[in-house]
Design a protein around this ligand. Structure first.
Ligand code: ZN
Length: 113
């Protein structure tokens, strides 16, 4: 259930940003999650709405974008999308890989008034 901790962290950022932007109400929060963060969107949205209860973000609509895993092979330079957790280079079979997408965890944008 790491969704709760992430929801707490992200809601703090949302409220901080809203304050800085002098918003009186947050209407929409767009969030990007990499597949590797293993977020269950429904649980996250529930946890988020709990953490922003009685704040200016309590009625915000939460949109979640899931970013798929992309890796680059350190041996041959091939970059490829990963499906079904097969962490092996499709070109040379090396497992010396670097993740370039899939671990994202950030707020893409906030809308408000
Ligand atoms: Zn390779």
């Amino acid at each position: 259930m790491h969704e709760i901790r992430i929801a707490e962290d992200l809601s703090a950022i949302v409220l901080e940003t809203a304050k800085r932007e002098k918003l009186s109400k947050v209407t929409k929060v767009n969030i990007s999650f990499g597949v590797l963060v293993q977020i269950v969107p429904d649980i996250f949205i529930f946890a988020f709405s709990e953490t922003v209860r009685n704040t200016i973000a309590q009625d915000a609509e939460v949109n979640i974008e899931i970013v798929s895993v992309k890796m680059i092979c350190k041996k041959c330079g091939n970059d490829f999308g990963v499906e079904e957790n097969r962490f092996v280079c499709a070109n040379c079979r090396s497992t010396d890989l670097e993740i370039i997408h899939g671990k994202e965890l950030f707020i893409k944008s906030i809308e408000g008034e």
